[in-house]
Design a protein around this ligand. Structure first.
Ligand code: PMP
Ligand code: GLU
Length: 398
């Protein structure tokens, strides 16, 4: 048996991507699977962005570029942060990476090491704890409550701060809960970060996907002291339906951005040249497609949550952001059907995939076994079909 590096042994594959791969393999075998697994917009990348990419190829943007992103793209990001988030950055405070996941990964490599604790409110996005572990630091999971709409309270946060605390990973709007932080809670969190001198990694990838008039606030915009301790991570994957293009960015203190750029220069080199040119158009160009995407997501969100809440043993909060429903399914635990007992989120996810041919992600992957995650970034017809199947499958267990 090959002896692996210690830090690599504990790393799991991304469960969201694994479930997507499984659903796609079933589809390739001719099985009619409804995919509520992976979270990516089902809309196509807007035409003007694709045109910019085609033009970039024609214009010869097919060579190595500046490792941390070309200046016109950094300038488009700086302008976006000024326009949307009331934040001022210089070019040396911004790095472009191959997706927000890569941004978070580079940040983890630059910031976390043995002896560091990184606080992660649960339910959390699947990659946060593994990226901490990969850097031999310790994830400190802070459970939040459905009754509090999964918002971390300052009291809960304070209880987990120790002399080893290095950072807090905050994700608002949140994957998987769909809930988002109000300004007053962010202010209290910022106060604690400044008082106890830890960093905040603010993952704002779902910023543009909000409903019911919710107003996203970046924690970095709440004052100079918190800005100096915050890394804003964002990208175009969700806002511009560009998951496959791989563009994400980080804005934060220049000292760390420089180290992240060095790491990138020794690993991936520059993010794809064509993607960078297309991303300039994405950030500077029109955003009218977003209204259509949002109104569609909004309809599906209401429909899915309403139907889930009508099912026996299930309770689901109405998300205010992102594109996931995160129902509490623990009311079903203990029930069984021929040869099968449902005692965990994994049991239920496997049952739904096997029996109902519906792919969903078990809540355990997000740090709370009482839930499952269903993405509504798929057509209304699929949502209706998938929910009909879930309803039928659940009626068979008692
Ligand atoms: N953060 C969160 C919370 C996400 O859901 C995702 C989705 N993959 C990412 C980061 C990574 O996005 P990207 O596709 O830009 O790497
Ligand atoms: N963020 C998406 C999800 O949670 C994409 C999958 C991934 O990057 O892990 O489904």
């Amino acid at each position: 048996m090959i002896k692996l590096a210690g830090r690599a042994g504990s790393i799991k594959p991304s469960p969201t991507l694994s479930i997507d791969a499984k659903a796609k393999a079933m589809k390739a075998d001719g099985i009619d699977v409804v995919g509520f697994g992976v979270g990516e917009p089902d809309f196509d990348t807007p035409g003007h962005i694709k045109d910019a990419a085609i033009k970039a190829i024609g214009d010869g943007y097919t060579k190595y570029m500046a490792v941390g992103g070309i200046d016109p793209l950094k300038d488009a990001i700086i302008e976006k942060l000024r326009r949307d988030n009331n934040l001022e950055y210089q070019r040396n405070e911004v790095i472009v990476s191959c997706g927000a996941k890569h941004s978070l990964y580079n940040l983890a490599q630059a910031m976390y090491g043995p002896g560091d604790e990184v606080m992660i409110p649960a339910p959390y996005w699947v990659s946060y704890p593994d990226q901490v572990l990969l850097n031999e630091a310790e994830p400190v999971i802070i459970p939040t409550r459905q009754e509090d709409k999964f918002a971390l309270t300052p009291e809960q946060l304070e209880k987990h701060i120790t002399p080893k605390t290095k950072a807090l990973i905050l994700n608002s709007p949140s994957n998987p809960t769909g809930l988002a932080y109000d300004k007053n809670v962010l202010e209290a969190v910022a106060e604690l970060a400044v008082k106890h001198d830890f960093y905040v990694i603010s993952d704002e990838i779902y910023e543009k996907l909000v409903y019911d008039g919710f107003e996203h606030v970046s924690i970095a915009s709440l004052g100079d002291e918190i800005k100096a301790r915050t890394f804003v991570v964002n990208g175009v994957s969700k806002s511009h339906a560009m998951t496959g293009w791989r563009m994400g960015y980080t804005a934060g203190p220049a000292e760390v951005i420089k180290v992240m750029t060095n790491i990138q220069s020794q690993s991936t080199s520059n993010p794809c040249s064509i993607t960078q040119m297309a991303s300039i158009e994405a950030l500077n160009g029109p955003m009218d497609f977003l209204d259509e995407m949002l109104s569609e997501f909004d309809k599906r969100r209401r429909y899915m949550v309403e139907r889930l809440n009508a099912m026996d043993g299930i309770s689901c909060l109405m998300p205010v952001g992102a594109f996931y429903a995160f129902p509490n399914v623990s009311g079903i635990y203990g029930r069984s059907t021929t040869g099968r007992k449902i005692n965990s989120s994994k049991d239920l996810a496997i049952y739904l995939l096997d029996e109902a041919k519906v792919a969903a992600v078990h809540g355990e992957a997000f740090g709370d076994d009482r839930f499952i995650r269903l993405s509504y970034a798929t057509s209304m017809a699929n949502i209706e079909k998938g929910l009909d199947r879930i309803e039928k499958a659940l009626a068979q267990i008692s």
